[in-house]
Design a protein around this ligand. Structure first.
Ligand SMILES: Cc1ncc(C[n+]2csc(CCOP(=O)(O)OP(=O)(O)O)c2C)c(N)n1
Ligand code: SF4
Length: 247
């Protein structure tokens, strides 16, 4: 069975590594935009990290922001292009370390933007260094013996950080298996719907494999399994904030 990709998405030129989750997330965004008739209107911002490779994958009008700054860039665009849906797409390293202030203040102000954070637990683009989301004992190029929480503190959890804020939507999905991919698409769709209602800050974090770098390299299959087990065990998936909804 061949399932046609949305018009906005092309994998002919993809630059993602085999088994990377970014391409799945990009496609889900393309599918939701198409189903809602927003392909021509959607404006996106991306980071300089592996999310920048979306430039080869999707055909939305896109601005590449400085590292960690896709969220305030999206907020600025939304202020002048109120009629367009605006989405910031960013990795966990960018969103939760160099861009942590921007991520938090977007939520504190309840800025009217959609944010997708792809959490693969490492700095992928720069060769797999430890990120705020790296799990205890996980080996990275900057923690070769495994992350030691006595030195670094606990892995950063966005739900604990902004889960009590007055924002429109917060959910965590995963692209580790087909069932979670379907659920994640529903979360992205809900973020789009709330954004189109001008409800405020909508953030969906998505657990994602980076086989090239996680634990200094894994096969794509093993890395996807690790997302479903080790990552999903610490980072529980589900919906956490749904203003006006029923969770
Ligand atoms: C101001 C600045 N600091 C550091 C860098 C180097 N840098 C580029 S991407 C990156 C980390 C990327 O990790 P993440 O945001 O998790 O995205 P991924 O590549 O894993 O998708 C870093 C540190 C940079 N480009 N600019
Ligand atoms: S380095 Fe990791 S996040 Fe970047 S494209 Fe490769 S698999 Fe994906």
């Amino acid at each position: 069975m061949k399932i046609k990709a949305p018009e906005s998405i092309s994998f002919a030129e993809t630059s993602f590594c085999p088994g990377c989750g970014h391409g799945i997330v990009a496609r889900l965004i393309g599918e939701v935009a198409e189903e809602m008739g927003l392909t021509e209107k959607l404006l996106t911002t991306i980071d300089v990290a592996c999310s920048s490779l979306n430039i080869d994958t999707w055909r939305f009008d896109t601005i590449m922001a400085a590292h960690g700054r896709p969220i305030p860039t999206a907020t600025g665009i939304k202020k002048v292009r109120k009629e367009n849906p605006v989405l910031a797409y960013i990795g966990d390293g960018a969103a939760y370390s160099i861009g942590i202030s921007e991520t938090m203040y977007g939520a504190i102000r309840n800025d009217n933007v959609m944010v997708i954070v792809v959490n693969n637990g490492v700095y992928g683009m720069t060769g797999g260094q430890m990120a705020p989301t790296t799990l205890e004992g996980q080996k990275t190029t900057s923690s070769k013996a495994g992350r030691d929480l006595s030195k670094t503190g606990n892995p950063f959890d966005i739900v604990k950080a902004i889960g009590q804020f007055d924002i429109a939507y917060l959910a965590r999905g995963s692209v580790g298996n087909a069932s979670d991919i379907r659920k994640t698409k529903k979360y992205i769709r809900k973020a789009f719907e709330k954004h189109m209602n001008n409800e405020g800050y909508c953030l969906v974090e998505i657990l994602s494999p980076c086989p090239t770098n996680v634990n200094l390299g894994m096969t794509p299959v093993k890395c996807a399994e690790r997302v479903d087990t080790v990552m999903a065990d610490y980072y529980k998936t589900g919906e956490y904030v749904d203003k006006g909804g029923n969770i």
